[in-house]
Design a protein. Structure first.
Length: 92
């Protein structure tokens, strides 16, 4: 899984950032023990949902226009990817 540089993040549109975030979510879902993607992006309704593992459901996180929150999520899940790569974790 390739991670984005800060200059690339600044250059990307929200749609490109969301597509990258979706790939990050898919990558993390292979290692989280449940196989459930931590994020769901609904382009039709313009919303991003985050999975609550305790309640076993998705809840509203932000609008797909909320660039700051999207960048925060990318940074969070990029850290997860770095951890997975560093520790050579086995897939489910």
């Amino acid at each position: 899984m390739k991670l984005l540089n800060e200059t690339t993040k600044a250059r990307y549109s929200n749609t490109q950032l969301l597509k990258h975030l979706d790939r990050l979510s898919d990558f993390v879902s292979q290692y989280n023990g449940t196989g459930t993607a931590p994020l769901r992006i609904d382009f039709a309704f313009g919303t991003l949902f985050k999975y609550d593992y305790d309640a076993k459901c998705y809840y509203f996180e932000c609008s797909i226009d909320d660039r700051d929150n999207i960048l925060d999520l990318i940074n969070t899940y990029s850290a997860h990817v770095k951890f997975i790569k560093t520790h050579n974790m086995p897939k489910n």
